[in-house]
Design a protein around this ligand. Structure first.
Ligand code: PSU
Ligand code: MN
Length: 281
């Protein structure tokens, strides 16, 4: 089995300020190596899907104008067009699976949006779990979403939602919701045994929900205030622009508190993903 832990480029290119991206990428690589695995940053560079982007390739994406955000729908178009592209969870899972990579660390999954008018907006991230055999370590779904509807959608799609040391389905900036996981694991070798069997048995993906560390969680009251303001500020953004616009508005309105929390939970996910990857060897 692959010794690599996948990382995604959308988080770096569209999810945090560009100036923070090279340092976060380096740090995630160090965390993954310190926990016994190898990092593989996934993205599209000059029309080539890359699993294991170099610092120079990431710099090219960060310096380019309008790098498209790729999911399973527009990944092939970007490969055909020959430009750069930042992969979201779905496209990263697709490329990871093609390279035999079984573990992927991200921040938060996309899901069912709320507060954007009357039409549905459901991330391609969810359906990707029904197609690509990758275990994705995530701090739950971004709490900018309709978290309860997202949990139901995961259930509808038959996607296993596993809690790492938690019985509650976490919501990114918040450790707990009143929603449940399908099972809770507290031992990494036990988790690896289940993951290996499940990936092999089904050929589909698994959500590994890993709550943000206690010290980095946001206060619920602050969070609710910032979210309400950010929703107003990002109201003009729709479709693929919605998530980056909301995250950027939150980072600004919170004076960097949501960004600090976001970085902390991604680091934590990288550590757990690397431990899982090591135990899978
Ligand atoms: N996690 C983060 N920040 C992000 C994302 C995840 O901490 O920016 C990205 C992921 O790439 C995820 C995407 O797949 O947001 C979801 O976007 P959408 O809602 O448009 O599907
Ligand atoms: Mn969408």
């Amino acid at each position: 089995m692959s010794i690599s832990v996948a990382l995604e480029t959308t988080l770096l290119v569209h999810g945090i300020p560009v100036a923070e991206a090279p340092a976060l990428n380096r740090e995630l690589g160090e965390i993954i190596r310190a926990n016994g695995a190898e990092p593989a940053l996934i993205g599209v560079h000059h029309g080539t899907p890359v699993a294991g982007m170099t610092d120079g390739q990431l710099d090219d994406l960060l310096a380019a104008d309008h790098v498209p955000k790729l999911n399973s729908a527009n990944l092939g178009v970007a490969l055909h067009g020959g430009g750069h592209g930042a992969t979201t969870v779905s496209a990263t899972m697709e490329i990871a699976a093609g390279h035999g990579i079984r573990v992927f660390a991200t921040g938060g999954l996309g899901g069912v949006h709320s507060g954007f008018g009357e039409h549905l907006d459901i991330s391609a991230d969810l359906a990707a779990f029904t197609r690509f055999p990758v275990a994705v370590v995530t701090a739950g779904v971004k709490s900018i979403l309709d978290v309860a509807s997202t949990r139901e959608a995961l259930e509808t799609l038959g996607i296993p939602v596993i809690g790492w040391k938690t019985e509650s389905f976490p919501a990114f900036y918040l450790r707990e919701t009143d929603l449940a996981v399908d099972a809770t694991f507290t031992d990494i070798d036990d988790l690896a045994g289940y993951v290996a069997d499940e990936l092999e048995r089904t050929g589909r993906g698994i959500v590994i929900a890993n709550p943000v560390p206690e010290a980095d969680e946001l206060a619920r009251g602050d969070w609710e205030r910032w979210l309400a303001e950010a929703r107003e500020r990002a109201a003009g953004a729709a479709g693929r622009d919605a998530t980056p616009a909301l995250l950027a508005a939150l980072h600004e309105l919170s004076g960097g508190e949501t960004l600090r929390c976001n970085l902390a939970l991604v680091r934590h996910n990288a550590a757990v993903a690397a431990q899982l990857c090591k135990s899978l060897q």
